[in-house]
Structures are given as structure tokens and as C-alpha cells.
Design a protein around this ligand. Sequence first.
Ligand SMILES: *Cc1c(COP(=O)(O)O)cnc(C)c1O
Length: 434
Amino acid sequence: MDPRRLIPRTDAALADPRLAPAVTRLGRDRVKAAVVDAQSRARAGDLSPEDVVPAAAASLPHRATSLRPVLNATGVVLHTNLGRAVLSEAAVEALRAAAGATDVELDLETGRRARRGRATLAALAAAVPDAGAVHVVNNGAAALVLAATALAAGREIIVSRGELVEIGDGFRLPDLLESTGARLREVGTTNRTTLADYRAAIGPDTGFVLKVHPSNFVVTGFTADVDVEALASLDVPVVVDIGSGLLAPDALLPAEPDATTALRKGAALVTASGDKLLGGPQAGLLLGTEPIVERLRRHPLARALRVDKLTLAALEATLTGPSTPTHLALHADPAELRSRSEALAAALRADGIPAEAGPSDGVVGGGGAPGVVLPSAAVALPAAWAGALRAGDPPVVGRVERGALLLDLRCIPPSSDDALLAAVRAVAEDGCTS
Ligand SMILES: *Cc1c(COP(=O)(O)O)cnc(C)c1O
């Protein structure tokens, strides 16, 4: 019999349970195209008929998105290139629940329109009782744009020359602020700015005084800057961009500013990111006095910066749920990290893989806590393995340092140790490491 007669028909292949998940994930048309392609390879004799369905399944992507989950072995807790904060399970569950139709803007009791995101805003207000009112926009940059536009367009923002910072990837805060039509009134010098400098710049055109946390560098030596408390004694609103999103002080990061402290010292408005130290989704947090937040909320631009139901859901779950992966990674016990690194290295050596356990320096990253070293532990492999590990499944991203590839365990939850081992073993077996 002609073996080509055994090639499954398209309808039969599409009904095969082995292709059902792909149909759900990618749609029937895309799977059909893969089946047709496999059928033609079988007709050409390049594939046996019983392999048509498995070959079609194997040719299709495992996910509906091309974004790939990665094991972050860099030791950088908030790695901007890896998407900053890892969401908690609670936040992921909330995303799922919010994905369909939700009551994001409807009061189910009365059947009337309700304030969008009210539960998330209530959770944020509860987390920072010193804020008279709160609002959420798309990211930290959007929070600053809204504040500058609503409070200082056509007027002046007074800012220290020591705080005109670039955040990363060419994102320069002064350029962003000036794009709103506000004028920057620079005061002081790179290393020293005094209260008298600010006071001398205040005039009828002043919109507000801005204090920016220079989050990704430190200036040491002959320096002076002015605390929020002193700035608040001036007769103009003080806006504080804390950047990192700590809502209250964290003993681990004593130099990192937080929203509660800034508000207690008299800030009229605090802006921060949701996906840095808070450990939530990308968002911009605005916390301040009731009249100022209300002005921002009612400004026409607010509509262009509003967050979607997914962000609202994930942010609420982050604020009300258990410790975030960011918090756990920051506070991971170095002794525990060391014993995990020793166990992993020993397991790899037993397979003939040249792995060594050793110390590693983790950092906060994401423009937070510059100069703070988080003592960590790593599995060291030959540096030449870095590319193959990045190309693996899941990709493993480590840090090449002093001729070795360090796989830092601080941002790898213990539940992923087996996946890390499997990824390293797969690279060793492939032999494509040098
Ligand atoms: C990160 C950061 C921003 C920008 O926040 P995004 O959420 O990335 O838009 C602004 N200011 C400071 C001080 C920051 O650290």
C-alpha cells in the first residue's frame, strides 16, 4: 500500500488531542497551516505519516506570546531588561480574574457607574495613611508628567542641579519635565545645593519645588542637599520623586527614601514606580494632599495616562497580598543562599560538570539603592557557557565576572533550583559550550 494514503487528513489531525492545546492557544488557522506543512513533508517522503501530528505540534510555539520566561541568575533583584519586579502568585491570580469582564467601573449593588479602580486606590491609601489622597497612572514617568503638566505648565519647576538625572536608556528627567511646557529653574551646583538657593529662586511663576531621588548613583565628598522637611518650610508645594516605590522605611535599605517619610516631612505630592521595590506591576503612584491629587485626577491628561484593569488588579493584590518575590529576594538569607549554591554545585559536579559554589555580590537594580551590596551566593561555571544558557529553555541569564559565569541564586526561588539544574545539564549534554 502507498504509505502516503496513511497521512492523516487535515480535519482528523486538527481533532487530534495532541493538537488541542495548540488550537486553544494559537487558533485553528495557525495550527492548520502547521498541519498542512507537515502533510506536504510526509507526501514528499521527508516525514512518516504517523509523525505528521507530532511534527505539526513541535513546529508550533509553546506560548501565545513571544515573551519568554527567564531564570534571573544575575543577582540584580529589579532587572529592567528582565521586566523589573516579578509578580507574586496573588497578583498573577488577580490578573487572571480581571482578564474577563469585571466590575472595574460598575457598582454591582446599585447597577450604576462606580469610580474606576476604587479598591486598588483604597488599598494604596490604606498602605500609606499619611497620604490625603492617591492616584495611579501608567508608570513613574507618567506620574511626573502629570504633576508637571497640571501644576507647572507655563510656569517654573525649581530643581537642584544635583538632581537632574538620567534614569537609563537615555531617559533624562529634565527633558521629560520640559516636554510638558514647564520651565526648569535650576538651583545650586552638582554637589551642593542649599535652602537659600531654593528660596532665592521662588517667585510668582513658581509651580513647585521638585526633589528627585538620584536613584542610580551616589555623590560623596564635599556635598550638601536639602531635606524635604526644610523644603516644606518654603511657601510652595514640594513634589518628591522617590523613584523606587518604598511605601514605608525598609531597615535593609536605610538610605532609600519612602513615601510615608516624605509625606510626614511635608511633601505635597510623592511620585513613585509600582514595579520597583513595591514589587508590583508597572504603574506610577501619586500620593499627596487631597487638593493636589484631585487637581491631577481631574486634569484632561489623566485620561491618557490611566491604567487598565489588569494593572489595577495586580497592584491591589500586591498591596494586600503576601510578601512579594521582590521582598523575598531582597531579604533572602545569605547563609541559605550559600548552602543552596553548594548543593547545586555538588549535584552538577557529580555529573562531571565543572561547577563551583562561591560568593557573589547582588544589587537592588532598577534604579534603586545604588552602592548597596546584597551579599549573595552563586554557582560558577565556565564563562563560555553564558551564550548557550541564554539560548536554553528556559533561558538562564547570569553574570560574567572575572572570567567565570556566575549564576547568582538571590533572585531564583528555591522552587526553581531543579529547573536551573536541568537547564545547566541540558547545556552540558549539548556540548555546545565552547
Ligand atoms: C525609575 C525612576 C523613574 C521612572 O519611573 P518609571 O516607572 O520607570 O517610569 C523616575 N524617577 C526616578 C527617581 C526613578 O528611579
